[in-house]
Design a protein around this ligand. Sequence first.
Ligand code: HEC
Ligand code: HEC
Length: 372
Amino acid sequence: MRIQIPAWLGLICMNGLISCGTKDENPIAGPTPTSLDAPDYFPNNIAMPADNPLTEQGVQLGRMLFYEKKLSTDGTISCGSCHQQQKAFSDGKQFSFGVNNSVGDMNAMSLSNLHWQNKFFWNGRAGSLEIQAIQPIQDPREMNLPIEEAVSRLQADSQYPSLFKNAYGTEEITPELIGKALAQFERTLISANSKFDAWIRNEVVLTPEEQLGLELFFTHPDPKLQLRGGNCSDCHLGFLTAGAPNGIAGFHNNGLESEENLASGLMEVTGNPFDKGKFKAPGLRNIALTFPYMHDGRFATLEEVLDHYNDHIQNSGTLDVLILEASNELPDGSNTVKLHLSEDEKKAIIAFLHTLTDQQFITNSKFSDPFK
Ligand code: HEC
Ligand code: HEC
C-alpha cells in the first residue's frame, strides 16, 4: 500500500518545520556512513568492527580528540604531541616526553595503515584500536589523566556533548565512545601514495639502486642458488610492509640482545617464555621519517639498522629462525649469524626504504590539527 503524504505536510516540510527525510539533509538521520580510502592492492578482507562503523562525524570527532590537550592532566599534551603528522605520526625522540616532562621507556610508534593490524603497542598488549586509544590518556608517563576525569572534562565542554550526539546518538560521553571515535580517526590514517605505491600502480620506474633494494628487501637469500637477499619481507611483509594479508601482526626477536639481556616483550602479555624478546614487527612505511628506530629507539639512522641486521645479530633462544638461517654466504662453521650483504646492497635497501616516504600522507589536511 502506498502512503499518501497530505499536501499540508509537504508545505511544512518546505518550511523546514519538521524533517520529511526526502531531501539531501535529514537532521534526524544518524551519522553519515563513510569508507576507508585505500587502494585495491591493500587487503580488502578486514572488516570494520560491527559496533564501530566508520562515519564522517565519528572520524571528525576522533580527529578533535586526537589533538585535544584537555585529555592530559595539565592540558599540555595531546596524542598529536607524540604522534606528529610531519614525522608520519612519530616524534623523533628516543623516548617520548609526557606530562611534566616525564620520560617513557618506549619509542613512539609511527601511525599508519592501522586498520590492517590486530595487535597494538610494541608488545601487542592492546587487541584493538578502540582499546588502545584510551590507554595513553591514563598512562602516568603519557597524559596521566584518570579516564573519569577525561570524560567529565569533555562532558563540561561547550562542543563535545553535541559532537558525540552527532557521531554516536548520545550526549552522554563514556570512555568506550572516546576510544571508538579515536579509533575511527586513526583508521583513516592511510599511507598509500609513496613512490613505492606509484611503482605498484605502474606510474613510475625506480632507479636501478631502488630496484635492487626492492629485490633484496623481498628476497630470502639462498647461497646455494646464488640468490641474494636482505630477508626483510620475511617479517615486514606485503605492500603494507608489515602484518600479514589477513591483518595479523607479527612478533619476532630480531636479534637486538643476547640471551641474558633479552627484554620481555611479547612475554609480558602471553606469559610464555618462548615469547621473550619478541616485539611487533612495525610497518616500515615512511620509515625514513620515523627515526630513531626499534622499541627503545636505539638506532639513530637506517645505516645503523642495516648494520645491525647484517653484522650485529645477537643470538638467543628465541632469535627468529628466519634470521638465524638467512645468509648470503654458505656457513663457515662459526657460530655467528651474518647476512653478508655488501656495502652497495645495504645502501640499495636504504634507497628502497626511502621510496616508502609519502609526502601526501604527511601533508594531508584531513589528518592535521583542527584547532590550528
Ligand atoms: C607521551 C607520548 C605519547 C602520547 C601522548 C601518546 N602516545 Fe601513542 N604511543 C607512544 C609510545 C611510546 C608508543 C609505544 C608504547 C609501547 O609500545 O609501550 C605508542 C603507541 C601507540 C599506538 C600503537 C601503534 C602500533 O602500531 O601498535 C597507537 C595506535 C597510539 N600510540 C595511539 C595514540 C593515541 C590515540 C593517543 C592519544 C589518546 C596517544 N597514542 C598518545 C607515545 C605516545
Ligand atoms: C625475523 C623478523 C625480521 C626480519 C627478518 C627483519 N625485521 Fe626489521 N624488525 C623486526 C622486528 C620484530 C622489529 C621491532 C624490534 C624491536 O623494536 O624490538 C623490527 C624493526 C625494524 C625497523 C625499525 C622500525 C621502527 O619503527 O623503529 C626497521 C627500520 C627494520 N626493522 C628494517 C628491516 C630491514 C631493512 C630488514 C632486512 C634487512 C629487516 N628489518 C628484517 C623484525 C624483522
